[in-house]
Design a protein around this ligand. Structure first.
Ligand code: MSP
Length: 652
């Protein structure tokens, strides 16, 4: 994705509800945002990194009552927990907004009034299924029972059909404008698969949105009609503009709006990719550049939830492994859009192998040699040979790729590249065996060169690592006697040899102690009272790989097919009927891809089909083949080709 030439960078996290204390999921979003903010600062950009808390609404009101507190008292208590965790995680936010702050409430009311005056908000009545016990309208997608009523998904009780007066936002009027915007800004939502999901949702039609409640008292009052409070999502989304000065600091606002990136979890994509741009269009604001939706962290394959008792306490992990180990693990383990599963084995393995071995040992070994052989003062090294030059060249290549990945927000790929370079450095040491050179007095200068190269490599890698592991980079600089500040990273070009030959090198301690898996598991179990899935069971769960022979594979007739006509299968959400050209013949297939692609998206596209699959009848229509697609959370993603290929070409 192209980087904007602008000199500022504005990144936000969602604002977290205060009915719950922070857990790993919240930490994840905030760590991603922090790494992005730190990287942009290194590039010399003026950064505003916003996080905060979402403090209004029925959920908070209810939770406060249960705890015998006022909602404000509850919010005040939980905010301390969030701020404390962000400090432990080394989060460099510029502002922590609370939606109960006066300037925010006034900003929201002002926008509400403006939209009301111009007719984008109107008064009407809201009819919906209401759960008396939960005091809540059910979301519209709760299905109707055959008996004609709905059941509350939270408590299972029968809901009643209720009508209440409400103000509505004229969302339906923005349907076309949104579709036009998505078309002209195809990277607005990332990853791309999520963009498709948003577009198909909007294409299905948007209804006006009820944005006030008379049943909720803990909220911002509607200006001029205080019986109503403003719906918590209308209130919360506007934090992104009120925090940076809307209505109180025009200069700050002009500097940072529109946001470069709103980081969110996939569960709140519609609010950010549909409602938020529509609100902004109505208010006459520019739209943010990107909404980046990340996946969920699961625990031992199951979604974390309070009721299952499998919510991971970040403090426990921080006490055990340290801030940077947690930051590294969360960002390295998965690409930003996918779900990740937190297992004790996976975590301990990553820490021990990547951090204790690859990085920690490299630093410790190299510094120990510099201290033991040269008392921490390297003499002038011998001339470089080809292998030395090759290591420096590899660093330059790594650096270029790491910057590209950081620019593209592919943090896990950036880390992979850094670790690949660390493995090359470890190999360089193994190949040149400085411990052997140390016993040969005539090789002193060569020894100094080998250690110097390794020190330069460590130093270079430590700068590249800084956005993700700032504490570790700082520790390494201190050990290396490195006087520079990270702010010089990109402005100075980060030259491999820019290290003022180690004059004050310290003996390293283990910067990442190894973690003992069994101890880690038993301590977790003691703390949570929940049994962890043991290693053996986890392994057994992993399906045994069953190999097929090449002969078996060859039985499949895989062909390139081109779509010549496409339509939806009536009465279904998922199915498309496609007429395909297979070179020598035309066929019809039924494909479960309608939630990701519209018929127009697929017209003239080419993909792979299994041509000799036994025909099947799906919803009464014959399907003569099957297309290949990846499935991410029930969405089918078709692999397309990067050039045109004659239909019927064999794929093998
Ligand atoms: N208050 C709203 C956001 C308003 S933004 C204008 C909200 N708050 S939340 O506290 O429930 O969730 C905040 C974020 O945490 C969401 O993006 C959600 O996806 C993320 N996570 C909560 N649990 C998670 C995991 N287990 N894994 C990853 N992130 C998840 O929604």
């Amino acid at each position: 994705m192209e980087e904007k030439a602008k000199k500022t960078f504005y990144v936000t996290t969602p604002i977290y509800y205060v009915n719950d204390v922070p857990h790993i999921g919240h930490a994840y979003t905030t760590i991603i945002a922090d790494a992005m903010a730190r990287y942009q600062r290194l590039k010399g950009k003026k950064v505003f990194f916003l996080t905060g808390t979402d403090e209004h609404g029925q959920k908070i009101e209810k939770s406060a009552v249960e705890k015998g507190l006022t909602p404000q008292e509850l919010a005040d208590q939980v905010v301390v927990r969030f701020k404390d965790l962000w400090q432990r995680l080394n989060i460099s936010y510029d502002y922590f907004i609370r939606t109960t702050e006066k300037f925010h409430q006034e900003g929201v009311q002002k926008i509400f009034k403006k939209l009301m005056a111009q007719g984008d908000i109107y008064k009407g009545s809201y009819q919906g299924w209401y759960c008396v016990s939960e005091e809540n309208f059910l979301s519209e997608d709760v299905p109707l029972e055959p008996e004609g009523y709905k059941l509350c998904p939270d408590c299972g009780r029968q809901a009643v059909l209720l009508e209440e007066e409400s103000y509505f936002f004229r969302l339906s009027a923005y349907q076309q404008a949104l579709l036009d915007f998505y078309q002209s800004h195809p990277h607005f939502v990332r990853p791309a698969s999520r963009m498709n999901e948003v577009v198909s949702f909007v294409r299905q039609g948007l209804k006006d949105l009820s944005i006030t409640r008379t049943s909720v008292t803990w909220g911002i009052p509607v200006p001029g009609d205080p019986r109503h409070t403003i719906y918590v999502w209308f209130d919360a989304l506007h934090n992104y503009v009120t925090a940076i000065g809307y209505d109180w600091n025009p200069e700050l606002f002009a500097t940072f709006w529109p946001a470069d990136i709103h980081l969110i979890g996939k569960d709140i994509l519609r609010f950010h990719a549909i409602f938020w741009p529509a609100f902004l269009m109505a208010a006459g604001f520019e739209l943010p550049a990107t909404v980046y939706s990340h996946g969920w962290w699961l625990k031992d394959e199951a979604k974390m939830s309070k009721s299952k008792g499998n919510v991971l306490d970040p403090y426990f992990i921080l006490d055990k492994a340290g801030t940077d180990a947690l930051r590294y693990f969360l960002l390295r383990e998965i690409p930003i859009g996918l779900d990740g599963s937190f297992s004790h084995e996976g975590f301990v393995h990553r820490i021990n192998s990547d951090l204790a071995n690859d990085l920690g040992n490299l630093v410790q070994r190299t510094l120990t040699m510099a201290v033991n052989y040269f008392e921490g003062q390297l003499p002038p090294p011998a001339e470089e040979n080809d292998a030395d030059r090759e290591l420096a060249r590899q660093f330059d290549e790594t650096k270029t790729r790491v910057y590209e990945f950081y620019d593209d927000r592919s943090l896990n790929r950036a880390l992979e590249e850094i670790w690949f370079f660390l493995s090359l450095t470890n190999k360089y040491l193994a190949d040149h065996e400085p411990w052997k050179l140390a016993s040969l007095p005539e090789k002193r200068e060569r020894l100094a060169r080998v250690i110097y190269q390794a020190l330069c490599a460590i130093r270079g890698a430590s700068y590249l690592l800084y956005p993700v592991m700032p504490g570790t980079s700082e520790k390494i600089w201190e050990l290396l006697g490195e006087a520079r500040q990270p702010s010089s990273l990109l402005t100075s070009g980060l030259d491999f040899y820019d290290y003022q030959r180690g004059e004050n090198i310290s003996r390293a301690k283990a910067i990442f102690p190894r973690i003992d898996l069994n101890e880690f598991i038993s301590e977790t179990e003691k703390k949570t009272g929940v049994k962890t899935c043991p290693a053996g069971e986890m392994k057994a769960k992993e399906k045994k790989m069953e190999y097929i022979t090449y002969e078996e594979f060859k039985k499949m007739d895989l062909r390139v097919a081109k779509v010549i006509a496409a339509e939806r299968v009536e009465g279904t959400k998922k199915l498309l009927k496609l007429q395909i050209d297979l070179g020598t013949e035309q066929r019809q297939i039924i494909a479960g891809v309608a939630e990701t692609y519209s018929p127009e998206d697929l017209l003239n596209k080419e993909f792979i089909v299994i041509a000799n699959l036994q025909p099947a009848v799906i919803r009464g229509i014959e399907s003569q083949g099957m297309l290949l697609a990846a499935e991410i959370e029930n969405l089918a993603i078709i692999p397309f080709f990067d050039r045109e290929i004659p239909p019927g070409t064999k794929v093998k």
